[in-house]
Unconditional design. Structure first.
Length: 156
């Protein structure tokens, strides 16, 4: 549709979540910030915080101008400890089954939309550096496709 009405309005705030906040959710956070700028408050979180940001994730996002090397992983529990209340987000986008379960459990008392986007977990895929990078690129491109399919062309 030429008028863009097939796209949903950008929410005021979005929280991406996955298992460790080291690959998929930081990618989604960084990519959404690049595509839509400051039109929306965007954060990411993991069910657990037991891994640092993944180097392959940093590399494939740098290819499209998304800087992730300063990202610090955090869990749902840490997010709340640091004062980010889950109820302050308009939309939670879960990128893994475990994060969807945790988000639904934590939001059962709030009027909050939780959507599940099945995004490929590229960790452990590929036999060598280039094939691993290609798996991460596939994940990155899935995230871009989901974002632009839902919210429309980039606004920045």
């Amino acid at each position: 549709m030429a008028d863009g009405s097939k796209y949903q309005t950008l929410p005021q705030s979005v929280l991406f979540c996955c298992d460790h906040n080291s690959v998929r959710s930081p990618m989604a956070e960084g990519i959404m910030k690049k595509l839509y700028g400051t039109d929306c408050y965007i954060q990411s979180v993991g069910v657990k915080n037991d891994l640092e940001i993944d180097g392959f994730c940093i590399s494939v996002c740098a290819e499209i101008g998304v800087e992730l090397s300063r990202h610090r992983s955090r869990s749902f529990d840490e997010m709340e400890e640091w004062g980010d209340d889950l109820s302050s987000f308009d939309l939670v986008l879960a990128l893994s089954p475990a994060s969807q379960r945790r988000a639904l459990d934590l939001t059962r008392f709030y009027h909050l939309d939780v959507e599940y986007w099945p995004i490929l977990d590229p960790t452990g895929l590929g036999e060598n550096r280039e094939s691993r990078l290609n798996s991460y690129r596939q994940t990155r491109d899935q995230i871009i496709d989901r974002l632009t399919g839902r919210f429309g062309p980039p606004t920045v």
